[in-house]
Design a protein around this ligand. Structure first.
Ligand code: HT7
Ligand code: ZN
Length: 844
């Protein structure tokens, strides 16, 4: 397979002046007529006329009205063309009903829909399918379906057809088309300059009652982007469509966002608080792409983080504003450590801006998205809020309508602030998680912190240069007063000291406040010092972090030496969780210790081979200790977390329910599931119902509740995804593989639907000890199913191979079994390019 390199970029030889498409829809023989005006690109030296095109049946092609016979390969076509402006016309035939890969034009429950990012448009018609080729589009759709949508503003509509025109030049990856028997949930939004925008969420009949929350989230996002970034919406219409078969979460097509139905449909009875929060964030994310991604797009796919890192950063700011900064930051850091750190420290490690790929779909990763957002957070911290706002204004002014690079982005910051960002740019080019070690000293009123940074080698990058690391630090006096409010130290060297003068006594440092850089902090901190920070740190993130560190240290001692849980820590934590002046959400986060995979990650970072069974046993024993120790507090905490008002998915109520869920998990250990069963039976919302069911599944006493849940929800596909998933994710480790296998034989296991496939196998890989069952049963089951799925849906198969990315860190027995599973996938005849690249990298 071909490898593409960032350094090989050259512009396309032709500009596209405008595109007109006509679709005559039919499940097995859709005709796509294109009429495209091209003109030689003066900035390009290579004038080869190559149009991408895959799995297309060319019916006819013409240039300036005269039929031509292009040279066709599996990747596209070439043709001799005039050396001045000309009109290219083509008619192709495609079969959306046979498209199970869900890229290009495909069908889901009788509805036509598209997914063109990254390279799906080439499965619709012949076109220069690259993000730096931008054009206006006019689209005519012909079918007998009642709703026919495309990008931009609606044009003429009549019996059997609908026309759309998008006045904003866009790359083909933002093209979208939807046609089906859909019902709309309508609303309007008036922009700050007074334009009225028609908003619609289109869903299958029966889902209308699950649109109101998404619509409110959309209006909140539109308002927030005006207020915070000064960005206004730019069309008369904004449509969102919910689709059941979708490879990822959602897609930001211009004016026509397409969503996985799980990321837009919500109701209290069927969605958890976490679902509501995620839906709000994804709707915001896709909407924010209108400026960061659509109006300003990427020059090539190596620049993916330009739009994704920035848009994740923006959606995180939005969620912070909507739901609270500290809790959002803690959630994001938990996710970063769970998903990005293992990626960055294993065989799939790659820079935030990768420099080569075979299949771009494999680079929609936690590194590009989440570390990409962290890099922007660091930049903002380094330049300050005002300079960040100034730089963003300049970015939008200077680059509106362009396809840009990370160099363009950093130049904007250099021009707006006068800073040299050459060293900062290493965050985009160097892969791997930096390790930051700290020592301190105190003498004559001066306290000195000395940091050393180093980044272990990663695939293809043996040597790393020092990066600029913003280290937010505060100092606390012995009585807990803050003697030095948060300052950002700018570390630029491999080793560097920072002194604080005029201190009356040795302070307690609070380092890396707010997780100011995506690094692993190594510091030999005493348990007393951490307990002090747990009690007094004025930075809520670091207060939580102190607790997390204490939990981690205790668990690691329990895992390695069978030690007893640390008494002093449990006392400190007890004070926090019973402190009713603290936010319930925050207390719930304090109660939830590191996950088993996070512990495996920490052990790996310490150079120790993780033993999944020992990790599970220690985590279970700690849970039991907490339950017994806090027995007297549990009923009070449960009562305190009971919501008496009508259900609202806001952060206040969600916090109460999160605290309740954490307490119920402990209570279930003491009352053999009686409280959980009572909650399960009386719950009037999905958050309470599912948290109770999760407790019952964890206790192993779950058969009755699982069947009654399935009977109640058998007709709701999104709730049934939860049912499939949670009983595997939460079950006892020795049952996970057998359960997953049994569920693949369930009549509702529709394995071609990515949500259902992920519900089963994503959950299996999340049950750490269950996935790493010593006999390799889970590895074999997953490999069997990845081999099956690859023929139908390479993109989802390839993504799910990452369950094996940590294989090298385990013991010889597990390692050999995972290697064998990977080699079995690799050896499959006709393996897709997507999966072959992923497995090859994981094994390397
Ligand atoms: N920009 C989108 C990324 C994407 C995608 C979405 C759905 C299906 C396939 C996809 N390939 C790439 C989503 C986003 O980041 O907003
Ligand atoms: Zn995105």
């Amino acid at each position: 397979p071909q490898t593409f390199y960032l350094s090989d970029y050259t512009p396309f030889g032709y500009e596209v002046r405008d595109v007109a498409l006509r679709f005559v829809l039919s499940p097995s023989a859709t005709r796509v007529h294109s009429r495209i005006t091209f003109a030689p690109n003066p900035a390009a030296s290579d004038k080869t006329f190559f149009l991408h095109g895959e799995q297309l049946k060319l019916i006819r092609a013409a240039i300036n009205g005269a039929e031509v016979t292009p040279n066709i390969t599996p990747e596209g076509l070439t043709c001799d063309v005039p050396d001045s402006e000309f009109v290219w016309e083509a008619e192709v035939e495609i079969a959306p009903a046979e498209n199970t890969a869900l890229e290009g034009l495909y069908m889901s429950n009788g509805m036509y829909c598209t997914q063109c990012e990254a390279e799906g448009f080439r499965k619709i018609t012949y076109y220069p399918d690259r993000p730096d080729v931008m054009s206006t589009f006019t689209v005519r759709i012909e079918s007998d379906l009642p709703i026919m949508l495309s990008n931009g503003n609606p044009g003429e509509t009549g019996a059997g057809y609908a026309e759309w025109h998008d006045p904003w030049p866009k790359p083909a990856y933002l093209f979208a088309l939807v046609a089906g028997d859909l019902v709309g949930h309508a609303d309007t939004f008036t922009t700050k300059s007074g334009n009225q925008v028609d908003l619609n969420i289109w869903v299958r009949p029966g889902d209308e009652d699950k649109c109101a929350f998404g619509m409110q989230a959309l209006k909140d996002s539109m308002k927030w982007d005006e207020d915070v970034y000064g960005r206004e919406y730019d069309l008369n219409t904004f449509n969102i469509v919910a689709v059941d078969d979708f490879n990822m979460g959602a897609m930001e097509n211009k004016g026509l966002n397409i969503f996985n139905s799980s990321c837009v449909l919500a109701s209290p009875a069927t969605s958890t608080d976490a679902n509501f929060e995620r839906i709000e964030a994804i709707i915001a994310h896709e909407y924010f792409h209108n400026w960061t991604g659509n109006r300003i797009t990427c020059r090539d796919w190596f620049q993916l983080c330009l739009k994704e890192g920035l848009t994740v950063f923006r959606d995180a700011q939005f969620t912070s504003d909507m739901r609270g900064e500290a809790v959002k930051r803690i959630h994001d850091v938990i996710e970063l450590r769970a998903r990005q750190f293992p990626e960055d420290q294993g065989p799939l490690s790659h820079p935030v801006r990768p420099e080569q790929f075979q299949e771009i779909n494999n680079f929609y990763t936690a590194t590009v998205y989440e570390k990409g957002a962290e890099v922007i957070g660091m930049l903002k911290r380094l330049v300050g809020d005002d300079a960040y706002a100034k730089a963003l204004d300049l970015y939008f002014d200077r680059h509106d309508g362009q396809a840009c690079t990370i160099e363009d982005w950093l130049t904007v910051f250099e021009d707006a602030t006068g800073r040299d960002l050459a060293q900062f740019k290493r965050w985009y080019s160097q892969s791997g998680t930096p390790r930051l070690s700290v020592t301190d000293s105190y003498q004559d009123g001066t306290y000195t912190l000395t940091f050393k940074q180093s980044t272990p080698p990663t695939p293809g990058q043996m040597v790393k240069d020092p990066k600029v690391i913003p280290i937010a630090v505060g100092l606390l006096g012995p009585n807990g007063d803050e003697v030095q409010p948060t300052v950002t130290l700018e570390m630029t060297d491999a080793e560097q000291s920072f002194a604080f003068d005029g201190l009356g006594s040795k302070p307690i440092p609070s380092i890396l406040r707010g997780f100011s850089a995506p690094v692993v902090l190594d510091r030999d901190t005493s348990a007393e010092e951490r307990a002090f920070l747990l009690a007094h740190d004025t930075d809520p993130f670091n207060r939580w972090e102190a607790n997390r560190e204490l939990a981690r240290t205790t668990l690691i001692a329990m895992i390695r030496d069978d030690a007893a849980p640390d008494e002093a820590w449990l006392e400190g934590l007890e004070r926090v969780i019973t402190d009713t002046t603290l936010d319930a959400n925050y207390r719930a986060l304090m109660m939830s210790g590191p996950s088993q995979s996070e512990l495996a990650q920490t052990l790996h970072e310490m150079g120790i081979t993780p033993d999944p069974d020992a990790i599970w046993t220690a985590s279970d024993r700690l849970g039991q200790t907490m339950a017994e120790r806090w027995e007297a507090h549990l009923p009070g905490l449960l009562a305190e977390s009971t919501v008496t008002e009508a259900y609202r998915p806001d952060s206040h109520q969600a916090g109460q329910r999160a605290l309740g869920a954490a307490v119920l998990a402990l209570q279930t250990r003491l009352d053999r599931g009686a409280s959980a069963r009572a909650q399960f039976e009386t719950a009037d919302n999905m958050t309470l119902q599912l948290s109770a069911l999760t407790c019952l599944v964890r206790s192993g006493n779950d058969e009755e509740a699982l069947s009654s849940f399935a009977a109640q929800w058998k007709d709701d596909r999104l709730v049934m995804d939860k049912w499939f998933g949670m009983q595997i994710a939460a079950t006892l480790p020795d049952r996970a593989a057998d359960r997953a296998k049994a569920l693949t034989e369930h009549p509702a296991f529709d394995w071609k639907n990515p949500n259902r496939f992920r519900a089963v196998f994503g959950s299996l890989s999340m049950n750490h000890a269950g996935f790493h069952r010593a006999d390799g049963a889970s590895y074999d089951l997953l490999a069997d199913w990845l081999i099956t799925l690859d023929d139908k849906n390479p993109q989802t198969t390839a993504r799910m191979c990452s369950a094996f990315q940590t294989w090298k860190r385990y013991d010889a027995g597990r390692k050999a079994k995972m290697q064998a599973a990977l080699e079995r996938i690799q050896g499959k005849d006709g393996l897709s390019r997507d999966t072959a690249e992923m497995v090859g990298r994981i094994l390397s």
